[in-house]
Design a binder for this molecule. Sequence first.
Ligand SMILES: Cc1cc2nc3c(=O)[nH]c(=O)nc-3n(C[C@H](O)[C@H](O)[C@H](O)COP(=O)(O)OP(=O)(O)OC[C@H]3O[C@@H](n4cnc5c(N)ncnc54)[C@H](O)[C@@H]3O)c2cc1C
Length: 1020
Amino acid sequence: MSEPGYQAFYRVPEPQLALTSAQAARLDAETRAQVSAVAARLIGRMREHANGTGVIARFLSEYGLSSAEGVVLLSLAEAFLRIPDAFTADLLIRDKLGEADWAAHLDRSSSTLVNAATLALRAGTDLVSESARKGVLHALVRRVGRPLVRRAIGHAMGMLGRQFVLGRTIEEALERAGVATHRFRYSFDMLGEGARTRADAERYFHAYAMAIDSIGAAAGNRTGADRPGISVKLSALHPRFEPAQRTRVLQELVPVLTTLARRACNHDLAFTVDAEESERLELTLDVFAAVAALPTLDGWNGLGLAVQAYQKRAGAVIEWLDALAARTGRRIPVRLVKGAYWDSEIKRTQERGLDGYPVFTRKAATDVSYLACARVLLAAQHLVPAFATHNALTVATLLEWAGTRRDVEFQRLHGMGDGLYESLLEDNPNVNCRIYAPVGGHDDLLAYLVRRLLENGANSSFVNALQDPTTPIDQLLADPAETVIAFSGTPHPRILLPRDLYGPDRLNAAGIDLSDRMAVDRLQAAMHEVWSGRWDAHSLIDGEAAGQPPGPTCDPACLERPIGSVRMLAPPMAAAACRIGAGAQPAWNARSRHARADCLRTAADLLEARTPTFMAIAIREAGKTIPDALAEVREAVDFLRYYARQAEQALAPLDLPGPTGETNQLTYSGRGLVVCISPWNFPLAIFIGQVSAALAAGNSVIAKPAPQTSIMAHRAVRLMHEAGIPPDVLQLALGDARLGQALVAAPRVSGVVFTGSTTGAKHIERALAAINGTILPLIAETGGQNAMIVDSSALPEQVVGDLITSAFLSAGQRCSAARVLFVQDEVADAIVERLIGAMNELRLGDPAVLSTDIGPLIDGASRQRLQAHLDAMGSRVLHQLPAPAGGHFFGPALVALDDLSLLKTEVFGPVLHVVRWRAGALDVVIDQINATGYGLTLGIHSRVNSTVERVRQRACVGNLYVNRSMVGAVVGVQPFGGEGLSGTGPKAGGPNYLKRLCTERVTTVDTTSAGGNASLWTLD
Ligand SMILES: Cc1cc2nc3c(=O)[nH]c(=O)nc-3n(C[C@H](O)[C@H](O)[C@H](O)COP(=O)(O)OP(=O)(O)OC[C@H]3O[C@@H](n4cnc5c(N)ncnc54)[C@H](O)[C@@H]3O)c2cc1C
């Protein structure tokens, strides 16, 4: 299938597009003056009238996001309403209110209501604060006061919500709106997004369906475009509305959307599909096009779409929609918005290391894009334009361009832009205005509320600047086109491209955009070519192929599919290999650390260029899914570049202070030959990480990978040789644990780096201790009994998403994976139910297919161990997914436990154990986790800072993840490794790793020995 034209703009560089848009948005001097005059009048009126901007807007102006108090209010609003228990609610209130300096805001607002609220917040803070004065009376007031404060905050947050939500039910909203008679048109939105389960999606479907009937019934005699409408979010209607699930989404979602659209058509209502995250755009358009093409909807012009102007593809999407409308013989209403997910678009792109952003990075660039898109929309033959904005300057420009057209509509959100549109209608009573009115209870409200608060409180936001009396009107009227032209369309200087995230000295590993169908097709084609070949791996001793006769190796996802052969090294060969390696080390060590770093950087570039090849091997040999295989290669590239940089910076000679007449210098030197033993679960990343660190520090290396992933290791070593690392400096020994033992015990080994089981590490530790002679260092990274703690302030859908990622993806075969969920009693049932629902949406199967979430286990032995564990758990198993046949698949499982002590060993696979805890028992939970003796990763989901801080202080773990998944550590960003039974440290990908692989030497020179202290004598 060919690429739709708009995709060419997905992540194009910003300047050219911003400048083209600016030219399209530019006004001649006369029009500019008219537009400014209209905008100035609107702004003036809004500022004049105390109520012109609404209480909430002024509240947010006092407590903008740049103040600590604004952030506190935002976080309180986000969490408070969903907390069911008093204990956690009180913790949150104390935590949030206590952080802020309310006194500084007293009597500062022009609104009495805002000042009264400030006073209340301050009083509330005193009541809940631990530092409030002591004494019997105070104790009494505090006891009586807490429920009071809780109720007051609940009311305040409810009020905040109601400001942006028209009603809890569609009936309530319809009544409040007075749809049949109101001068504004309405579009209702049933709040809810991001269904995670089929039940969620069905609930939202019914809510939409019922709402359509109710709106239709209440629409009265309104006709045509004047009739009310409904807006729907596709992510609410399907639990996996993701590009990777394209086939399934088209099959399942198109009929659902069709049913709703037909229903809206029967009532002749406007039916608009909202715009969501940029990576969902192509899928949204595919679903939309499929529904638009249905003959059953012929003749109906209500099917519409929202388009986000902050996206670089916006203009081209509007042209595409015009063509679709022409093709399907309909007029398509298009709602042009700027876009509500800007901050998350930036973050996600950075995390994925992509070439460029899908959105503009300067506000003015979005503004001109909006205007340029408006031009395209107004010129389109088959589209009906609707402009959704609260920006008076944008409105004034569009008013000018729309002229006397009657089919143009302006739209605002309920709770925003009231003053603007009242004022607009005063001067232009014929202008059509529609209010987008969200409907829903507080469970569904929060994500929406936070977006609105962010929008109102952001410095860049027009409504925020309008509120601030110190913002001069000229600033509000500044022409965005001139602004963009003045900075030549360049991106925001503080929003670096993902590639440059780590500064000029280290490139970020390049990602592949898996949301881009064409990029995926190219990747698949490249991988298929690799898969069509056979891979034969052998040990590499002094650059020569070595090993016993080849043995076959199979794909763990399909045991019938041989993928190549492997020649293992016989253990007696270990000593000879070690002699060669030890002999080669001095010359390698004598190279400058810059020369060694250059080899690693060359290897990184080669690896990056061959990403599809290494992904293809990871998929077939290790059973990695496509996203996991990509992450694997990126991590390896990051390790190479990170340790190259570390060698240059951290291993630089250090001049030390001392008495005059003497120099003292500390230098670092490689230790000798290091044996690197790596696991199969990160066959490239950990393998390369260990090897590159040892090499960077000046050591020679014998690498012994896990036998299951020998092919990957063989390819990686050949690549390192190609990058300039001498074959005697880096040797590859393929084999099992017996070979590992032989290497560790071989003469002339100077250190061991090991990643694997705790038992394996203990064996090595004992073997090294038994060696008579040098005391040898061991860096061991081992397993964990990793837990995630969830309290009742956490956002359930986020928790569920992060648990799926942390416990089940990668078939749970990460040492960092979540093994135990500690969930607070009050929310446990709901979370477990949703978790089961979300598990049911996972797809197990061939990891080479993009829609597969979970591939196979590495081998039959792993599967047997997991099965034996589940058998032992018996009736405690709450849920397990079925596993496909043909490979080492194992269905993810959920197991209920009363107590963590029932879990004796690490369960390495997709099994999550659930333990409940009572509010107030956080310390007991932490004690249980510490008592396991492991200390690798820990997750905490809580909105209460003091809870997070308590966990941080008391939990003995290497990596703590707060309000996110607990896997996927990034090199140099989250240095990784545990303590106790989980490893020796130092952390991989961290600043202390290389030094552990070096010896330190200090040279002291008496500079006076040859004739006195000249430097002292020559002082002035
Ligand atoms: C009726 C209606 C329906 C809506 N439906 C949707 C929808 O389906 N999907 C959706 O995403 N949003 C939707 N929105 C929300 C909409 O995106 C925001 O309300 C809108 O962006 C605010 O723009 P403004 O012109 O009112 O304000 P302005 O203050 O002029 O613009 C704010 C916007 O500028 C952009 N911006 C801010 N900083 C930067 C920066 N540094 N670089 C680049 N851009 C920046 C962001 O888009 C931000 O929201 C809807 C809004 C309305 C009124």
